[in-house]
Design a protein around this ligand. Structure first.
Ligand SMILES: NC(=O)c1ccc[n+]([C@@H]2O[C@H](COP(=O)([O-])OP(=O)(O)OC[C@H]3O[C@@H](n4cnc5c(N)ncnc54)[C@H](O)[C@@H]3O)[C@@H](O)[C@H]2O)c1
Ligand SMILES: [Zn+2]
Length: 342
């Protein structure tokens, strides 16, 4: 197994199958496995592997709808009934919805108990489950949350290699994003084999990029922002059209590449070919959605990446060489035009 460490944070184990012991040693008496329908089988395998008498499984409703305070309250009730104390452990087994909710519950129950994640989507493995950001939706997306590191993250590549094609494709957008901002060799793996790039190469490399950035900057003051490559336009498209996150990020990276081409001579055509080779959309037409410039600009102006000086973009001077810059309205117009938003 590959072992990657985040300074002051979690250890991340990447390999085939579940490690033994699955959980870091401790004097816990109880474990609550939080999961979702698509990850139920893995959750049962995890529950069987945990070597203590009291292991319960809590299944959330599917997808983003589960990421709210009602779900959090339902889990608190189960923890109360089960007598979960500060020495006990929550294990999140599922996609980013599960790891975000399980992490938030763990961060807040009795002011914080241990959480371990077993991500079962590619997006959760390379992004949501690592780095210690947790949260749920309240009015707006992720408006309630906490920073709380898991003690361990276990990534089973056998699980990821059985993912349906669309989930693999969506998660690969975040994996290739990690490569574009921090690891040219990871990008090459996708360049050569498209979506069939070897998970044993791309997963540990994408995790390592995030681990490196998060170690340097846990609370997102500066460097962590590079992980938002493609997310300024991406989030706005997601809000306006309901496009899935990974696809929105792919279109957003294409938009950002246009600004980087204007300012730094970045090769946006090459990035376009790379994404297309992975079956990812590079404009709203590809993505099968319709979005007007006015609505997208309005959504962007409400984004967290905005400050008093205007909107910030992560731009690439080259693959692996990111910079964070304020851009002009002209830049933004060109970026939107480049992805078919008019
Ligand atoms: N905390 C962070 O830093 C961070 C970063 C990125 C994303 N996120 C969050 O992650 C969430 C999205 O995560 P996601 O894309 O994993 O979505 P998700 O958790 O909703 O899972 C998507 C679907 O995949 C199914 N599924 C899970 N594992 C499966 C498997 N092995 N095989 C088949 N189906 C499976 C689920 O049941 C669900 O239907 C969003 O809420 C987002 O805000 C958080
Ligand atoms: Zn993202």
């Amino acid at each position: 197994m590959d072992r990657i460490l985040i300074d002051g944070g979690e250890e991340i184990l990447v390999g085939r199958g579940l490690p033994s012991p699955l959980l870091p040693p401790s004097d816990r008496l109880r474990v609550l496995v939080v999961t979702q329908p698509g990850a139920r089988q893995v959750a049962e395998a995890v529950a069987e592997r945990v070597d203590i008498p009291t292991v319960e499984i809590f299944e959330l409703p599917d997808r983003e709808a589960a990421k709210d305070l009602d779900t959090v309250e339902a889990i608190y009730r189960r923890l109360l009934e089960g007598g979960f104390s500060r020495r006990d452990t929550i294990v999140g087994v599922g996609g980013g919805t599960v790891t975000d909710v399980a992490g938030f519950v763990a961060a807040t129950w009795l002011r914080g108990i241990e959480v371990v994640h077993v991500p079962t989507t590619l997006l959760a493995a390379v992004d949501a489950a690592i780095g210690g950001k947790t949260g749920v939706n309240f009015q707006g997306k992720n408006l309630v949350g906490a920073f709380w590191h898991p003690s361990r993250v276990v990534i089973d590549l056998d699980v990821l290699s059985r993912l349906p094609r669309d989930l693999l494709r969506e998660g690969s957008a975040e994996a290739v994003k990690a490569g574009l901002v921090g690891d040219p060799l990871l990008v090459d793996a996708y360049r050569r084999r498209g979506l069939d790039a070897d998970l044993e190469v791309v997963v540990p490399r994408a995790v390592a990029v995030k681990a490196r950035v998060v170690s340097a900057d846990f609370r997102e003051a500066g460097r962590r922002a590079v992980l938002n490559y493609g997310h300024t336009v991406g989030h706005a498209l997601e809000t306006v059209t309901g496009l899935a996150h990974g696809y929105a990020v792919a279109v957003g990276m294409t938009a950002a590449a246009e600004i980087a081409r204007r300012r730094h001579g970045y090769d946006g055509d090459d990035q376009r070919r790379l994404l297309q080779g992975m079956g990812l959309p590079v404009d709203v037409d590809d993505a099968g959605v319709d979005a007007g410039a006015e609505a997208v600009l309005e959504a962007m102006s409400r984004d967290k990446k905005r400050d008093v000086d205007g909107i910030r973009f992560v731009l690439l001077r080259d693959v692996g060489d990111p910079t964070v810059e304020h851009v002009t309205p002209d830049d933004v117009d060109a970026a939107l035009e480049a992805v078919g938003v008019r």
